[in-house]
Design a protein. Structure first.
Length: 251
């Protein structure tokens, strides 16, 4: 058996209907390589290892769960990477899909880690705390649209798939959960540079209550700041608006 560790944000999925919905979404797109993040007790894993003709790996920090999975599923020998996902080197040399019931305490960091691998990760199916899932998927004008939204959506189309109730887990979390799909964009966002875009987005949202003129005054010349666009606030700008602004920034 195994124990549940609050320190690792462990809430294990137990609802078969939700599991089947996640599996159905996963298999809408084809893939050769699959990485599961945080398999825990194997609720998803036991189905993933049955998908034919793929290379499957899982990353799990909790050594107790690694031992449990190895003892229960012989096929997982040499398939589990016992490391912190946030410190992980890229697990495949070819493109791979990522799936997981992601630990809530590091879920935002997981998305930024995936952005580091974006050239190799065309698809992600992930369960997050609902608030994080909504932030990743939200558009301009939403109260939760922010840095995470604008950075993830620069590279991926994000679709909010469905809610997951607390009682679908053991133990039940105190919050709702949500499953989202990230599909890498086929046409990259046209920006002056990736660094310029990231700096612009982070600076704009760091003082989101201020107008862009006040929040971004260090990034643009006084002449550029006269534009009426700078009367707006960050949450009203789309990713394309931010992208266009990168070409007007100080070099």
């Amino acid at each position: 058996m195994y124990t549940l560790k609050k320190s690792l944000g462990q809430h294990f999925l137990k609802d078969d209907n939700i599991i089947q919905k996640i599996l159905s979404e996963l298999q809408k797109n084809s893939f050769q390589n699959l990485l599961e993040v945080g398999p825990g007790a194997g609720a998803l894993t036991k189905h993933l290892i049955q998908i034919p003709d793929i290379d499957f790996k899982a990353v799990e920090l909790d050594e107790e769960k690694v031992k449990y999975l190895h003892s229960k599923y012989e096929v997982l020998k040499d398939k589990i990477i016992s490391r912190d996902f946030l410190q992980l080197e890229m697990p495949f040399t070819q493109p791979f899909t990522v799936i997981g019931n992601f630990p809530y305490n590091i879920s935002t960091q997981i998305l930024f880690k995936i952005l580091e691998w974006k050239e190799y990760v065309p698809d992600v199916i992930g369960m997050f705390q609902k608030e994080v899932a909504e932030r990743a998927a939200s558009g301009p004008g939403s109260k939760v649209y922010g840095v995470l939204s604008a950075l993830v959506q620069a590279y991926y189309d994000v679709e909010y798939l469905f809610d997951v109730e607390p009682d679908c887990f053991n133990p039940p979390p105190k919050v709702m959960s949500g499953v989202i799909r990230l599909t890498r964009k086929t046409v990259p966002l046209n920006v002056k540079s990736e660094r310029a875009y990231w700096v612009l987005v982070k600076t704009a949202f760091n003082q989101r209550r201020k107008t862009l003129r006040n929040a971004l005054k260090s990034q643009f010349s006084p002449e550029e700041l006269q534009d009426e666009l700078f009367n707006k606030r960050a949450e009203t700008l789309s990713i394309h608006d931010f992208a266009a602004l990168t070409f007007r920034m100080k070099s």
